[in-house]
Design a protein around this ligand. Structure first.
Ligand SMILES: [Zn+2]
Ligand SMILES: [Zn+2]
Length: 375
């Protein structure tokens, strides 16, 4: 049996090709993909890569994969078959994949920090992923989304939401505290939502004012557009707020510096965006004001993914304002990777459905704003 798959060969080179359907091995399930999102990591890989996929040039040391690799680490679908030692009650379930594969046995795995596994790798970057009609995934990376009443399109938002859930957990954000989210790309938006759900008062900031209405719709109490170079600290203090936890989601060293200046005494800075360069920030206030700086990497599948799916299910109006359309693989570059990489993307998230030829509306099992009922 063959299938259509979007395979990454190197910078600027993604091809939709006909390849064999993979076969699930021990501990694995074969998932018929219904929707797969793309994010800044995929866009960076496409534009500047190989980055994450560099190890696939010679063969990945753990997964063994070589380029080309099927992209897509934000996918959901239906289990159609399972490997030899997997119970067949998996078959037919609508699942969301966490994409990060961990060994379960190393020191960090045993401590519950599976995202820091010594042999961690990610489906869609270090092994074939979900931008294909079928994908093989370890059942340990799958969460049952159907039992929460989620559609496949809603479940495809699970992986990026899990990143947000993990970021909020790293910030030890408490009810009633003020969270400031700086940078409202996909992850920043999901953090604004997850932080609101955690009971925080959320201030959401971006240079682009067009992004603010969505942040408000996701629960942010205050949204601000701040020009490059303006002081975040002055802007937020003018609101009469103290920044208890600041999420830096741009990856820009000068923004990280601003975020530290903004942070309240005893506050925590969560560095979400991978820093794009060195920083010369003074850490004086880490000592004098007992501030903390924490990083966050991916998510702990066994803990964060289920919580992420519950958060997605908790928005009854659905997610059409976040991801309204689902595109065919033929538009992966023009409708997903290129707009994301050039900053021209108009939707926060674009989903792809490997089974379709024409763009369709996303289905969240609820009435759309247009009045049509889908599902
Ligand atoms: Zn991603
Ligand atoms: Zn491990």
């Amino acid at each position: 049996m063959t299938m259509q798959a979007a395979r990454y060969y190197g910078g600027g080179d993604v091809r939709v090709e006909t390849v064999p359907v993979p076969v699930p091995g021990p501990g694995e399930a074969l998932v018929a993909v219904g929707a797969c999102g793309v994010c800044g990591s995929d866009a960076a890989e496409f534009t500047h890569g190989p980055l994450f996929t560099q190890e696939l040039v010679a063969g990945h040391p753990v997964s063994g994969a070589r380029l080309p690799v099927v992209l897509g680490h934000e996918f959901a679908g239906t289990v159609v078959s399972v490997g030899p030692d997997v119970t067949d009650d998996w078959v037919g379930r609508v699942v969301c994949c966490g994409a990060g594969v961990s060994c379960g046995a190393c020191r960090n795995c045993r401590a519950g920090r599976t995202n820091l596994c010594s042999v961690y790798y990610t489906l869609g970057l270090h092994a074939d992923g979900g931008l294909a009609e079928f994908v093989v995934a370890p059942t340990a990376t799958l969460a049952d989304a159907g039992s929460l009443g989620l559609t496949v399109d809603a479940a495809a938002l699970g992986q990026p939401m899990a990143i947000a859930v993990h970021s909020v957990a790293r910030g030890r954000l408490e009810r009633g505290r003020t969270a400031v989210v700086v940078g409202l790309g996909g992850i920043g938006m999901f953090i604004a939502y997850a932080a609101t759900a955690a009971g925080a008062d959320v201030v959401a900031i971006d240079v682009n004012p067009d992004r603010l209405p969505l942040a408000r719709a996701l629960g942010a109490d205050v949204t601000l557009s701040v020009e490059n170079g303006a002081s975040l600290a002055e802007t937020v203090h003018a609101l009469g707020r103290e920044a208890d936890v600041v999420f830096e989601a741009t990856g820009r060293p000068e923004v990280l510096r601003d975020c530290l200046d903004l942070l309240a005494p005893a506050g925590r800075l969560v560095a979400v965006g991978v820093q794009k360069g060195a920083s010369d920030q003074s850490l004086r206030n880490v000592t004098v004001h007992e501030q903390e700086i924490v990083g966050t990497s991916a998510h702990v599948c066994g803990r964060d993914l289920r919580q992420a799916l519950e958060l997605i299910a908790a928005r009854p109006a659905g997610w059409s304002d976040v991801a309204g359309s689902v595109l065919p693989l033929s538009q992966l570059v023009s409708g997903g990777l290129e707009p994301l990489s050039s900053g021209r993307a108009t939707m926060t998230k674009v989903l792809f459905d490997p089974r379709i030829r024409e763009t369709r509306l996303a289905d969240y099992g609820v009435a759309h704003a247009s009045g049509g009922i889908h599902g």
